[in-house]
Design a protein. Sequence first.
Length: 124
Amino acid sequence: MIPNSGVGGIKTEGAGFKKILTWAETSYASINGRIAVKWNKIKDGSLTMQVTIPLNTKANISVPKNGMNSVLVYEGGVPVWSKRSFLGKVAGISKASEDSNYVNFEVQEGTILGSSGKSVGKRA
C-alpha cells in the first residue's frame, strides 16, 4: 500500500486514487551540476514548471498538451509558443516543435521558469 504522504508528489485523497493532487519536484546531482524540475497543476487546468539545467548542458523539455489542440506557453511572462508556432522571443530556447501530446523545447543552461497562471494548457 502506498502511504498517504505521497510518492513523487502524487497523493491520494481517497481510496483507489479517484481524486489526486498532482505536483512533483525532484533533482539530480549530475557530473555537470544540479538538474531539477518542479511542476504544479493548477485548479483551472494550467500548469507551472521550473526546470534547472546545469552549465554547458542542453535539455529537451516537453510540456504536456493535455489533449488540447492548441496551447500557450510562456517563459518569464513572455510567450514562446502560441497557435502551434514557436515565437522564439527568449534567449536560451533554441528550438520548439509539437507532436500530438507535447510541445517540445530545446533549451540551454540556466533556470527555465515555465508559465504561470493560465498560460500552459489553456486553449489559444
